[in-house]
Design a protein around this ligand. Structure first.
Ligand code: C5P
Length: 237
């Protein structure tokens, strides 16, 4: 069985704000797993990854690469030196691109961060996917197919909504990871997310990791909100 964990999305516009937020967790014995996405990475550069890791956090670097295979292979080679624990590409970049990402990510000592593929963003509903992207298949079929492509290319799992974790496991097996954003507490607003679930529901649906942004970062008490996620998702209280 895969270990479950909660990943906090550090969606901040500067290193100062991100590190100030992490200061709130200084007294926590186990430092939260965090996600550094485009906003923070583009604002603060690779140094923010090192600074966050030096504080004892594991890092999911969420840059969602999508380019020709050679460019992705070379970019991944650079990112693998940052010592991140997890990173990702868009499955829409094709199996050849995902294989190139895997090759580029492997370090000289043979170690490799977990590599995931984004299936469809959790902000995209089926209607938009069909009308705007001209993908004729249903959302579940598309996700299962993208997940199978990712598994064949040697990836460790996919990013999908909690509601698709079961489809992914069915298509690719229980060890293939389902990392799921789109998490909201029962009484909260959805914001721009469409396919959402509570941490407890995500656990029932088979997620391995939940990615939680605004429900923790914008909470009046972020540590309490994080611990609530841990209670519901990891400790199953
Ligand atoms: O604030 P919220 O909980 O909606 O943040 C979700 C995070 O997960 C954001 O950083 C977003 O970029 C990311 N994400 C997502 N859907 C995906 C992949 C990543 O929402 N399919």
């Amino acid at each position: 069985m895969n270990g479950k964990d909660v990943i906090i999305a550090l969606d901040f516009e500067s290193a100062e704000r991100a590190l100030g937020f992490l200061d709130l967790f200084q007294d926590q014995e186990r430092k939260p797993y965090v996600k550094i996405g485009m906003e923070l990475y583009y604002a603060a550069g690779p140094d923010i990854v090192r600074r966050v890791r030096d504080r004892g956090h594991r890092v999911f670097l969420d840059l969602k690469l999508h380019d020709i295979p050679t460019t992705v292979r070379r970019a991944m080679r650079v990112l693998s030196d940052l010592g991140v624990d997890m990173c990702n590409v868009h499955a829409a970049g094709t199996a050849a691109m995902m294989e190139a990402a895997r090759e580029g990510l492997t370090r000289p000592d043979g170690t490799c961060p977990l590599l995931l593929a984004v299936t469809q963003l959790t902000s995209t509903g089926e209607e938009r996917m069909q009308k705007e992207l001209l993908i004729g298949a249903s959302l579940p079929e598309t996700i299962a197919h993208y997940a199978e492509n990712a598994r064949s290319a040697g990836l460790d799992g996919v990013v999908c909504s909690p509601w698709e974790a079961g489809i992914v496991k069915e298509a690719c097996g229980p060890q293939f990871l389902a990392v799921t954003p789109g998490i909201r507490f029962a009484d909260a607003a959805a914001d721009d997310q469409v396919r959402i679930a509570t941490p407890a529901r995500a656990r029932e649906l088979g997620s391995d990791y939940i990615v939680v942004g605004r429900p923790v970062t914008a909470a009046a008490d972020p540590v309490a909100a994080y611990l609530k996620c841990m209670e519901e998702f990891v400790w199953n209280k």
